[in-house]
Design a protein around this ligand. Structure first.
Ligand SMILES: Cc1cc2nc3c(=O)[nH]c(=O)nc-3n(C[C@H](O)[C@H](O)[C@H](O)COP(=O)(O)OP(=O)(O)OC[C@H]3O[C@@H](n4cnc5c(N)ncnc54)[C@H](O)[C@@H]3O)c2cc1C
Length: 337
């Protein structure tokens, strides 16, 4: 297990904030996980993937960090399906690109999401009508105290919108790998996303190749600042900072968008609520700003601190609460070391 020196979290998080971390271990193999747990399992530790869903504090961080770089992968065929076991440190979009190249469908709609394979089940990443839970068979994780390995099945993970039980566990586990079940099918169905269908020149519900769909999604995401780009400050973010509220239909404010949800409640638009509460795209507080392309993204205009980001988030949530009485939930994890 290699120790990394001079590791600033601002260099390893997509928001580009966070102080120097004094103890960072590169995890490249299952035995590195065991070494890490052996060494640090008796204290608080943190597991870092691509740093695309966290707000790291500005000060020096002494909490030991396991930096996931485990990129092994194996596959086995099961009829029309292929089961791929992927190491948690593999970049999510590399995994998607490989699947699409191999003619395996299931995750193409999730193209362009930053971060790692290991983090994908934690908040059940989703975009354009697909959530990763529909392609996950199981997750293998290591108990951060005992070093014992455990496999959780899809059912046991209790996935829902931006949620799995992993989100509620404290940092006492390390995901080693994730097993996906993808279908041999070069075509994909566009479900309920007219914008995607329109950009492909087809009707919603019609089929296109998974390659075309991936390219269309990448282009749409780019126009919204949702593809990492070192030249575009709008992308120095964690993606959506706020989750779309799920609520009783009669509690949704007049004129707010509403989408059916499997829970029997409806999902409304956090972006609409934020805009109606008076926060426009481009709104700034210190070095933090609302992305000029996407109301849900808080971005770093260049010199933001974690404090600026949190202050802007608090200002937005209290503005929405005051105007509509709705408490917005934030998506990233705010680290309090
Ligand atoms: C531009 C942009 C666009 C985005 N678009 C989307 C989107 O469309 N849909 C969506 O759902 N999300 C989106 N996100 C959010 C983010 O990319 C995902 O949540 C991603 O899965 C986070 O992965 P990560 O490896 O960066 O996790 P990190 O930020 O490193 O960590 C997030 C949490 O997961 C834990 N963790 C990470 N790896 C492990 C592991 N191996 N074992 C145990 N715990 C672990 C960390 O401890 C932390 O609590 C976007 C982010 C950005 C910056």
């Amino acid at each position: 297990m290699r120790q990394l020196k001079g590791f600033k979290l601002s260099d390893h998080t997509t928001l580009r904030v966070g102080g120097l971390a004094t103890t960072v271990c590169e995890i490249q193999s299952p035995s590195d996980i065991q070494d890490f747990v052996h060494e640090y399992g008796n204290q608080d530790f943190f597991v870092l993937g691509g740093g695309s869903n966290i707000v790291a504090p500005d000060h020096e961080i002494k909490t030991p960090i396991a930096f996931m770089q485990l990129v092994n992968s194996s596959a086995k065929t099961d009829g029309d399906f292929v089961e791929i076991n992927a190491g948690s440190g593999m970049l999510w979009d590399d995994f998607v690109a490989d699947a699409v190249d191999q003619g395996l469908s299931g995750v193409e709609t999730l193209s362009g999401i930053p971060g790692t394979v290991g983090a994908s089940p934690i908040q059940n990443i989703g975009a354009y009508g697909t959530e990763v839970n529909s392609s996950i068979k199981s997750v293998q994780l290591v108990d951060g105290t005992t070093g014992k390995s455990r496999i959780l099945t899809n059912e046991e993970l209790k996935f829902s919108y931006r949620f799995s039980i992993l989100k509620n566990l404290t940092s006492r586990f390390i995901i080693e790998n994730v097993t996906f079940r993808l279908k041999r099918d070069k075509n994909s169905k566009i479900t309920n996303y007219p914008q995607v269908a329109e950009s492909l020149g087809i009707n919603p519900g019609e089929s296109v190749s998974i390659k075309e769909l991936r390219n269309a999604i990448l282009a749409i995401r780019k126009s919204k600042g949702m593809i990492l780009d070192s030249k575009d400050h709008d992308t120095f973010s964690v993606g959506s900072f706020f989750i779309n509220p799920i609520m009783e239909k009669d509690k949704v404010p007049t004129n707010a968008p509403m989408y059916e949800n499997e829970s029997g409640k409806v999902k409304t638009s956090a972006a609409w609520l934020i805009e109606q509460a008076g926060f426009e795209k481009g709104f700034r507080l210190g070095g933090a700003m609302i992305s000029s392309k996407h109301t849900l993204a808080i971005a770093n205009s260049g010199n933001a601190t974690a404090e600026d980001v949190i202050e802007l988030s608090n200002l937005i949530t209290s503005g929405v609460k005051q105007k509509f009485g709705i408490a917005l939930t934030i998506e990233p994890r705010i680290l309090k070391f």
